[in-house]
Design a protein around this ligand. Structure first.
Ligand code: PA5
Length: 455
C-alpha cells in the first residue's frame, strides 16, 4: 500500500475558515501548469537529476560494499547538510524496526565533544570511514576528515587508505584530487543533483546499504512516487497539491511549517525535511531579481513528547503555522499495556491496548484539537515503516519543494544566503585568497567591541 496524504484540514471548513477553498486552488491552475512545464523543461535540460535516481543500478554500490563488509561492521560518515542529514534519517528510521546490525555514526559538526563521543563509541579497528562532500572542500567536513584521517594513519599505517571511502564529485574539488593520488574506494555525487536533493545518490545509498537497508526497495518507493508526481493534475499529484496548499497558506501568513512525526523513528526525517524546505525556499530574490524575502520556517516536533512542550503554543499561540503529522499505521512491533490495576479507573482504561494504538489516538486527538482551534494541518500516513515508504516520502518532498519554488518564483536549487558566512569563516580562519573577508571580519569585531554590550 502507498503512502497516503490526508489534506482535509488544509482546505476551508467552518473550523478552518482561513484555509483556501477548492475554487481558490482552481484559480491557480495556470500557475501550476506553468510550474509543471518549468519542471519538465528543467528535467530536459538535466538540471533536476534527482528525478532519474530511482532508475539507477545499485550493483555499482553493492559490489564494492560486499568486499568491505568482511572487514568492517561500523561506518563513520563525515559530512554536513545534504551530505549527512539523509544518511542519519534513513538509518534512524529503520535501525530499531529492522534491528540493523552494522552501526552507523554520523559526524555532521565540528564540535570536539561530538567527535570525541563518536570516536569513543566506534570500534575503529572495524570502522569504515565515509567522507561525503559534493564540493570536496566544505570546511566542517574537511576539518573533521583531516582529524580522523590523521588518527587512522597513525593507528593503521599500512592500510589506512583502505579504511576510508570517499563520496564526492567526479571531477571537481580537493577531495577528488585526494582520491586520484591515493588508494581510496570512491563513490560519486552527480553534478546535476544538489546537496539537499542527494539522499538517493551514493551520498545516502552507500551508508544505507552498508547498514543493511534494502536500497532497491527505497528506490522502488521513490519510483512509485515519481509516477504519482508526474501528473499535471494537482488533484492527483500529492507533491503538487501539498506544495500549492502550503504556498496558499504561506500567502495567508502561515510562515512556519511544523513537521511532527508520531514516531521517534521518523524524527530525523523531519530534520532532513527542515533543510530541504528551508534552504530551497528561503530566498531574498525571485529568479527575475525581485526582492521578495519568502520562505516558510520549518520546525520539527515529536508526538507525543512535544504535546507536553509545544502543542499549547500550536493550539493557542499565533495562528501562523501549517502542521504536518507523520503517522505510522503498523509499527511491525508492539507492546500491550498490561492491566495491572483493574480496579483503578486512573489507568485501567489503558489496560489491554496496544501502545501504538495510544500513540495514533494521540495523533488524532492533537489533529482534532488543532483543527478545532482553526489551525491548518495535514497528515502523511505510512502504512508501515520500511524502505519503500521512506523512498516515497523522500521523492514526494523533493518534488513538492521544487514545485513550490516555482510557484514562489525562486530558485529552489541555490543557497546564496549561506555564502556570506562561509567566506567570512574562510577569512577568519586564514584561508588563502580571503584577505578581504578577514579585514571585514576584523572591522566587524572591532566595531562590535566598541559598542561593548556584554554582561
Ligand atoms: O544543499 C546543499 O547544497 C548544501 O546544504 C550542502 O549539502 C552542504 O553545504 C554540504 O555541502 P558539500 O556536500 O559540498 O560538503
Amino acid at each position: 500500500m502507498s503512502l497516503r496524504y490526508d489534506y482535509t484540514n488544509l482546505l476551508h471548513s467552518n473550523a478552518i475558515p482561513c484555509a483556501p477553498r477548492e475554487e481558490d486552488l482552481a484559480q491557480h491552475e495556470t500557475a501550476c501548469k506553468a510550474a509543471h512545464h518549468a519542471i519538465l523543461s528543467d528535467r530536459k535540460n538535466d538540471v533536476l537529476g534527482f528525478y532519474d535516481l530511482p532508475d539507477q543500478d545499485t550493483s555499482r554500490i553493492k559490489q564494492p560494499l560486499a568486499r568491505l563488509h568482511d572487514r568492517f561492521d561500523e561506518m563513520l560518515v563525515l559530512g554536513i547538510g545534504g551530505s549527512a542529514l539523509g544518511n542519519r534519517a534513513l538509518y534512524t528510521a529503520l535501525r530499531t524496526a529492522k534491528g540493523l546490525e552494522p552501526k552507523l555514526h554520523v559526524c555532521d559538526n565540528v564540535d570536539p565533544l561530538m567527535l570525541k563521543a563518536i570516536l569513543d563509541d566506534a570500534n575503529l579497528d572495524r570502522t569504515l570511514v565515509n567522507v561525503i562532500t559534493k564540493s570536496g572542500t566544505t570546511a566542517e567536513t574537511m576539518s573533521v576528515f583531516l582529524i580522523v584521517l590523521d588518527i587512522m594513519q597513525q593507528r593503521f599505517p599500512a592500510d589506512y587508505q583502505q579504511r576510508v571511502i570517499v563520496t564526492t564529485d567526479a571531477e571537481k574539488g580537493f577531495l577528488r584530487q585526494v582520491v586520484r593520488q591515493g588508494d581510496y574506494t570512491d563513490f560519486l555525487v552527480p553534478d546535476n543533483v544538489g546537496g539537499r536533493f542527494s539522499v538517493l545518490t551514493d551520498v545516502g545509498l552507500v551508508s544505507s546499504a552498508f547498514a543493511g537497508l534494502d536500497i532497491d526497495a527505497l528506490l522502488a518507493g521513490a519510483a512509485a512516487m515519481r509516477t504519482r508526481c508526474e501528473c499535471d493534475d494537482i488533484w492527483r499529484n500529492p507533491a503538487y497539491l501539498n506544495g500549492l496548499l502550503h504556498y496558499l497558506h504561506m500567502r495567508q501568513g502561515k510562515n512556519i511549517s511544523v513537521m511532527m512525526p508520531y514516531a521517534n523513528a521518523l524524527y530525523d526525517m523531519a530534520d532532513w525535511y527542515r533543510q530541504l524546505w528551508a534552504e530551497s525556499l528561503g530566498k531574498r530574490h525571485t529568479v527575475d531579481g525581485r526582492e521578495v524575502f519568502v520562505g516558510q520556517t520549518p520546525v520539527k516536533a515529536l508526538g507525543t513528547t512535544d504535546q507536553h512542550s509545544q502543542v499549547q503554543l500550536y493550539t493557542e499561540g499565533p495562528n501562523d503555522k501549517v502542521h504536518t503529522f507523520l503517522v505510522v499505521e503498523d509499527f511491525g512491533f508492539d507492546y500491550t499495556i498490561p492491566n495491572l490495576f483493574p480496579e483503578r479507573d486512573e489507568v485501567n482504561y489503558l489496560g489491554g491496548q496496544p501502545l501504538s494504538h495510544l500513540l495514533n489516538i494521540e495523533a488524532l486527538a492533537t489533529e482534532m484539537a488543532l483543527t478545532r482551534a482553526g489551525r491548518p494541518n495535514c497528515t502523511i500516513i505510512f502504512p508501515t515503516l520500511d524502505e519503500y515508504h521512506l523512498g516515497e516520502m523522500i521523492f514526494l518532498y523533493e518534488v513538492q519543494t521544487v514545485f513550490t519554488g516555482k510557484l514562489l518564483g525562486v530558485n529552489p536549487l541555490d543557497q546564496p544566503g549561506v555564502e556570506a558566512g562561509k567566506v567570512a569563516t574562510y577569512g577568519m580562519m586564514g584561508k588563502q585568497g580571503f584577505d578581504e573577508q578577514r579585514r571585514e571580519a576584523d572591522s566587524y569585531i572591532e566595531q562590535k567591541a566598541s559598542r561593548g554590550k556584554v554582561l
